[in-house]
Design a protein around this ligand. Structure first.
Ligand code: ZN
Length: 146
């Protein structure tokens, strides 16, 4: 399966979910995100640069669900994840309170700088029920506390 060889992405993190969550829970998160990022659902005043980012995000979310929403591919991915765990951790780098993140008015999202120099960002809507955010540059993850 081609996706197993593709660059490492944490599909759970893309859905803002934990691996221990049930399929129903994953589906709920997927549906919420997909509505948020669906190209047909974007308002006209979103700046062009961001439209592209959102499309990119939509594709990732869709791909994550293709893998995690199917019992067989999910099992294969979980297995691969467990194997990777032996050699590489999928670390929660820090725990951050939402109010300690900076509010970015231009992008309408909360941001936090990763120690790699990359950025964690989460929109207000996402922050309502997503607790894990991946860095846009490296593979670190932060957990948001409320
Ligand atoms: Zn990083």
């Amino acid at each position: 399966m081609a996706f197993l060889q593709s660059p490492k992405k944490d599909w759970y993190c893309i859905l803002g979910a934990k691996p221990s969550e049930s399929l129903t829970e994953l589906k709920r998160k997927y549906q919420k995100l997909v509505l948020l990022y669906h190209p047909d659902k974007q308002s006209a005043d979103v700046p062009a640069g961001e439209v592209e980012e959102r499309v990119q995000r939509f594709i990732e979310i869709d791909q994550a669900w293709k893998i995690l929403g199917n019992e067989e591919t999910k099992k294969a991915y979980d297995l691969q994840r467990r194997e990777d765990d032996l050699t590489q951790s999928w670390p929660v780098d820090v725990h951050v309170f939402l109010e300690d993140m900076s509010w970015n008015n231009d992008d309408q999202c909360y941001t936090f700088t990763c120690r790699c120099g990359g950025r964690y960002s989460i929109s207000k809507n996402e922050a309502e029920d997503i607790s894990l955010v991946c860095c846009d540059t490296c593979s670190l993850i932060i957990e948001i506390l409320r």
